[in-house]
Design a protein around this ligand. Structure first.
Ligand code: AMP
Length: 223
C-alpha cells in the first residue's frame, strides 16, 4: 500500500499519519525527520540541508527528490510506504509521479487533511506542552483538549502538570512562512495536491473536529 499524506502544519497530520501507518503496517517516512536525523548525525546531506531548514525554506529539489525516491526503494518499503512531508511542491509531485509511472509502482491513496489557514495557525499557537508527558495533548483553542485551570493558570488537563509553549509554535513569522508554501496553489503544496486530484484517488477529510472524529472519518473512507 503506497500512500501520500498531506495537511498543513497544525492540522493533526502527524497524529493521523501514525494511525494510517498502524492500519497498513508500512513505514511512516517523514521528510523533515530524515533531514533532522542527518543534521544530528553530521552527514553531508545534513550539512547541505541545515541552512535551508533553519531559514524555514524548502531544501532544494535536487537534494530532496533523489533522497526520497531512493528511500522508498529500501527493504522496509517492500510492502509499501506512507510518505509525509513529500511532495511539498508541484515540481516534487511531478517528479514523484513520473518516477512511479516509469517503474510501474502504484499510488494507492493520497490523503488530504483539510483545514483553513487561520484555524491551522491558531491550533499551532494554542498548543501547550505538559512538563510530565509529551503525549498529554493540551491546546488552549481546542475545546476537546483545553487545559484545566488552577489558581488562574492553565495546567495539563490530564495530570495537572505545568504547561509550556514551544518557541517555534509562537513564532508567527515562521508559521506564516510554512503556511505560505502549503497554501500556494500555483507551485506549492496545494498545487501538488491538485496535481494528484487528476491522477490518483485523493481522500479529503475535514481536519476541523477532534482527533478521534477525524481518524474515524479517515478510516471509514480508506475502507
Ligand atoms: P517538517 O518537519 O515537515 O516541518 O520539515 C522541516 C523542514 O524540512 C522544512 O521546513 C523544510 O526546510 C524541510 N523539508 C521537509 N520536507 C521537505 C520537502 N519535501 N522538500 C524540501 N524541504 C523539505
Amino acid at each position: 500500500m503506497n500512500i501520500l499524506i498531506f495537511g498543513p502544519n497544525g492540522s493533526g497530520k502527524g497524529t493521523q499519519g501514525a494511525i494510517v501507518q498502524k492500519k497498513y503496517g508500512v513505514p511512516h517516512i517523514e521528510t523533515g525527520v530524515i533531514f533532522r536525523q542527518n543534521i544530528a548525525g553530521g552527514t553531508d546531506l545534513g550539512k547541505q540541508a541545515k541552512a535551508f531548514i533553519d531559514k524555514g525554506e524548502l531544501v532544494p529539489d535536487d537534494i530532496t527528490i533523489p533522497m526520497i525516491l531512493n528511500r522508498i526503494k529500501e527493504a522496509d518499503c517492500s510492502k509499501g510506504w506512507l510518505l509525509d512531508g513529500f511532495p511539498r511542491n508541484l515540481a516534487q509531485a511531478e517528479a514523484m509521479y513520473e518516477a512511479l509511472t516509469k517503474e510501474n509502482i502504484p499510488l494507492n491513496y493520497v490523503i488530504e487533511i483539510e483545514l483553513a489557514r487561520e484555524i491551522a495557525k491558531k491550533r499551532i499557537m494554542g498548543r501547550r506542552l505538559c512538563a510530565n508527558d509529551n503525549n498529554h495533548p493540551n491546546n488552549i483553542y481546542i475545546d476537546a483538549t483545553k487545559p484545566a485551570e488552577k489558581d488562574g493558570k492553565f495546567v495539563c488537563r490530564v495530570c495537572g502538570g505545568e504547561l509550556s509553549t514551544r518557541a517555534d509554535d509562537q513564532d508567527e513569522g515562521a508559521i506564516d512562512k510554512r503556511h505560505n508554501i502549503y497554501y500556494d496553489a500555483n507551485t506549492g503544496t496545494m498545487a501538488a495536491i491538485n496535481y494528484f486530484k487528476e491522477r490518483a484517488t485523493v481522500i479529503g477529510v475535514d481536519g476541523g473536529p477532534g482527533v478521534t472524529e477525524v481518524s474515524e472519518e479517515l478510516l471509514k473512507k480508506l475502507g
